[in-house]
Design a protein around this ligand. Structure first.
Ligand SMILES: Cc1ncc(COP(=O)(O)O)c(C=O)c1O
Length: 410
């Protein structure tokens, strides 16, 4: 068993009769209504642990928002809503999900390029903060607000001239559809201050899935410096500043979990220094994967096993159509980039090297490439860990029209 898998099992799960236990329940008791249909199972205990870890490490004044895009299952959102300070949404449908969870509108933010007039109108009417992605979007917000005689609540998303280096996904620094370039930010802030909108502050989101503490600290320092520079240049004390997040989780054996205490200590210093000049500014971070990624497992059932030219293949009834991201890292065929995986009903039993593939007619459908896993037979259950974020919601569920996975929150 690789070291990441054993540390995940001991930190977040337990094992009974060689079976995976999630919360207090054996996985089979959770899916026994329909054991042949692949399933995502999310654990409230793990989500609670992750939020508690953030609360312990980050400064008390730092608000923690959950980015719904990482896991929009309504039960998950309703649960997380009770443990965080705000929700970040990226579409009209996510906005309704956030409002239905009971989160007050003033603690919901709506980011993302390409918001339609209908989405903007909904956000304005509900008095949700809109993170404005372009000057053109600002103009549309002003006219929709005027047409409905409501003052829109906005923050300007700034595209700084730096990125969060070492991120799996960087979202700033160069030309991008995200945010207003920092070079013109002061003049757009002035325009917003003069217009029929309530400018609450700034949003600076630089990257996602980052496990490099030095890079995160460096970006946070640059982010605070930029915020201060824009506050000074526009003579504005921002009420709210969202400094993004990007905190990653380990997916591969060589990945190390982030040391959140170091990040928290740096943030405390930055906030204290900033508050000397602008004491009323409230800082917030927005996180998806860090809160929910480790809480979820994806389970599919072995339907076939074969040897091809000396290599063992385990074929399951679910694949990249359900859990794209765990397969996508194996897209470079012949390269091993496996999430932590095992046979959920044979943990700790003798192993063999095997590739685990889904039922799709593409060689990309590989959930584990030449992994050392317990010897599996037809009818066994294959589990992929670290599947709580961007699993169900970012997968091509209709590809080959297999049944969609079930989802459980336990
Ligand atoms: C604006 C914004 N906020 C939050 C997130 C959530 O990122 P993560 O789930 O990696 O924390 C993303 C991810 O792309 C994003 O684009």
């Amino acid at each position: 068993m690789d070291s990441l898998l054993s540390s995940i099992l001991s930190e977040f799960f337990s094992i009974e009769d060689n079976c995976l236990v999630i919360g207090e329940k054996k996985f089979l008791d959770i899916i026994n209504g329909n054991p042949d249909r692949p399933a995502f199972i999310y654990s409230t205990d793990i989500i609670r642990k992750k939020v508690a870890l953030l609360r312990r490490a980050l400064p008390d004044s730092m608000r923690i928002n959950f980015a719904i895009k990482s896991n929009p299952m309504a039960e998950v959102v309703n649960f997380i809503r009770q443990h965080v300070d705000g929700l970040d949404v990226a579409s009209g449908a996510e906005l309704l999900l956030a409002l239905n969870s009971g989160m007050p509108a003033e603690h919901i933010s709506f980011a993302g390029p390409g918001k339609t007039d209908a989405e903007l109108q909904l956000a304005i009417q509900k008095q949700v903060r809109i993170n404005v992605e372009s000057e053109n979007e600002l103009d549309r917000i002003i006219s929709i607000g005027q047409a409905h005689n409501i003052e829109p609540q906005i923050a300007l998303r700034i595209n700084p001239d730096f990125e969060l280096r070492n991120s799996a996904i960087t979202m700033s620094g160069g030309p991008t559809q995200f945010g207003i370039d920092s070079e013109i930010a002061s003049q757009v802030i002035d325009k917003a201050n003069r217009s029929a909108v309530k400018l609450l502050g700034l949003h600076i989101y630089t990257g996602s899935q980052n496990l490099n503490v030095d890079a995160i600290i460096e970006t946070q320092q640059k982010t605070f410096a930029l915020v201060e520079q824009l506050a000074r240049a526009s003579n504005t004390q921002f009420a709210q500043v969202n400094i993004g997040g990007g905190f990653g989780i380990p997916y591969y054996p060589e990945d190390q979990a982030l040391n959140m205490d170091v990040i928290g200590a740096n943030l405390a210093q930055l906030i204290n220094a900033y508050h000397k000049q602008y004491p009323a500014t409230q800082f917030m971070t927005e996180l998806g994967r860090y809160i929910v990624g480790e809480s979820g497992v994806y389970i599919s059932r072995v339907v076939d096993k074969k040897i091809s030219r000396g290599k063992t293949f385990i074929i399951t009834n679910g694949g990249l159509n359900h859990n794209l991201r765990s397969a996508a890292d194996n897209f470079r065929i012949g390269k091993k980039n496996n999430y932590p995986v095992t046979i959920a009903n044979k943990i700790g039993l003798s192993t063999e090297p095997a590739s685990v593939v889904g039922p799709l007619c593409t060689p990309l459908d590989v959930l584990a490439y030449e992994s050392e896993i317990p010897v599996a037979e037809v009818g066994d259950y294959f589990v992929v860990f670290q599947s709580g974020a961007y699993g169900y919601s970012s997968s091509p569920l209709d590809f080959l029209s297999h049944p969609k996975p079930q989802q459980f929150l336990v």
